[in-house]
Write a protein that binds this ligand. Structure first.
Ligand SMILES: Nc1ncnc2c1ncn2[C@@H]1O[C@H](COP(=O)(O)OP(=O)(O)O)[C@@H](O)[C@H]1O
Ligand SMILES: CC(=O)OP(=O)(O)O
Ligand SMILES: [Mg+2]
Length: 401
């Protein structure tokens, strides 16, 4: 079965095509700047020359049509006809309490995702655009949705409730949902496999640090706490998101600066984090470069980012009464030698001992970066959210046929 996996952002669309007979990737790519003046499509067919095209792509329907054109292109294509794609899998960030696992797309499922837009105004509309666009371009092809929140539905009440009037949960389901669950689930299982130990015996802290970032405490193989909240804004400092802050700051700043709800949301989600503190970029590579050149604001941004990550690791070790494994994953976690080194050398109180040389090795494979004496195993595990989505889609669609 060939499966198209789609991860829709508000102005972007990432895709991968899998051949599930051997889980190989036939092609992958990215459409950026959808709805802006010039959109960019970068298509990478496996074993063939990649192609980048700049054009006007006003919405997701056109983006998917262009992607399908590339998949069947006579030079850059990987299949002779789109009918070879037998299923589409989508990443949906927010599944609320309704979705504890992945689901086949039906009218009811779509209606529920639409209802959840209220809880995830920045994320779920993009997912809906992706689902509708795939439906329009590939009528009749089964679609599956895989939720970032699903893995965290095992959190106990004391971890997911906020200390605010209970009526807000009863009426509006205001609670912690978390995100990146597909990734936390995948890397924690991969960690147990790497160590050749049953996951049920392990206390694992997974650090998914990319453009968005979250930590999860995983005990007996299930999520018991996670740093993102009702929306993906809470927790770590991120590329452009503030992470934790005193909630009283919001009405205070709204009042002082005469900001609307949308403006303050945009400030915290898009104009904060590394970007706000460094004043130059949301990209950890540029922040690290700035720090290495002795640039004060980049150094401060790095220090704040690292400090908050380290505090969360400490709090999740407390939440689980210990930690056996720490996993680093996603863009920053997999690639930033200096961030891992700085975090780990200050966790000696937990019995963590980082091997500086192992930490410097660059590889796309799961690897250990702690010493043989370390009481805590520290691993770098490349995440693969798309593969999990392809597997769930294959399983769910397969079961209907
Ligand atoms: N070599 C590197 N060193 C430090 N950070 C890196 C490196 N490579 C990538 N990154 C960071 O990874 C981030 C992207 O992570 P990723 O997991 O792909 O994010 P997302 O899925 O949210 O787009 C970039 O913003 C960049 O800061
Ligand atoms: C939920 C979220 O933060 O996603 P991303 O890391 O892809 O921005
Ligand atoms: Mg990501």
């Amino acid at each position: 079965m060939k499966i198209l996996v789609i991860n829709s952002g508000s102005s972007s669309l990432k895709y991968q095509v899998y051949d599930m007979t051997n889980e190989s990737v036939l092609a992958k790519g990215l459409v950026e700047r959808i709805g802006m003046d010039s959109s960019i499509l970068n298509h990478k067919p496996t074993g063939k020359e990649e192609i980048t095209e700049v054009s006007e792509i006003l919405e997701h329907t056109t983006a998917i049509r262009k992607v399908l054109d590339k998949l069947t292109h006579e030079v850059h294509g990987v299949m002779s006809s789109i009918s070879e794609i037998q299923a589409v899998g989508h990443r949906v960030v927010h599944g609320g309490e309704a979705f504890k696992e992945s689901a086949l797309v039906t009218d009811e499922v779509k209606a529920e995702i639409r209802r959840l837009i209220d809880l995830a105004p920045l994320h779920n509309p993009a997912a809906m655009m992706g689902i509708n666009a795939a439906e329009l371009n590939m009528p009749g092809i089964p679609q599956v949705v895989v939720f970032d929140t699903a893995f965290h539905q095992t959190m106990p009440e004391h971890a997911y409730l906020y200390a605010i009037p209970r009526v807000l949960y009863n009426k509006y389901k205001v609670r912690r949902y978390g995100a990146h669950g597909t990734s936390h689930d995948f890397v924690s299982k991969a960690a147990a496999e790497f160590l050749d130990r049953p996951i049920e015996d392990l206390k694992i802290i997974t650090c998914h640090v990319g453009n968005g970032g979250s930590l999860t405490a995983i005990k007996n193989g299930v999520s018991v706490d996670t740093s993102m909240g009702m929306t993906p804004l809470e927790g770590l400092m991120m590329g452009t998101r503030s992470g934790d802050l005193d909630p009283a700051i919001v009405p205070y700043v709204m009042n002082k600066e005469d900001l609307t709800i949308n403006e303050v949301n945009s400030m915290l989600n898009k104009h904060s984090g590394l970007l706000a503190i460094s004043g130059i970029s949301s990209d950890m590579r540029e922040i690290t470069e700035g720090m290495e050149k002795g640039e004060a604001n980049s150094t401060l941004a790095f220090n704040m980012y690292e400090y908050r990550l380290r505090k969360y690791i400490g709090s999740y070790a407390a939440a689980m009464n210990g930690v056996d494994v720490i996993v680093f994953t996603a863009g920053v976690g997999e690639n930033s030698v200096v961030l891992r080194q700085r975090v780990l050398e200050q966790l000696t109180y937990l019995g963590v001992e980082v091997d500086e040389e192992l930490n410097k090795i660059r590889s796309g494979e799961p690897r250990r970066i702690s010493t043989a004496n370390s009481k805590v195993e520290v691993l770098v595990i490349p995440t693969n959210e798309e593969l999990v989505i392809a597997r769930d889609t294959h399983r769910i669609v397969g079961a209907t046929q």
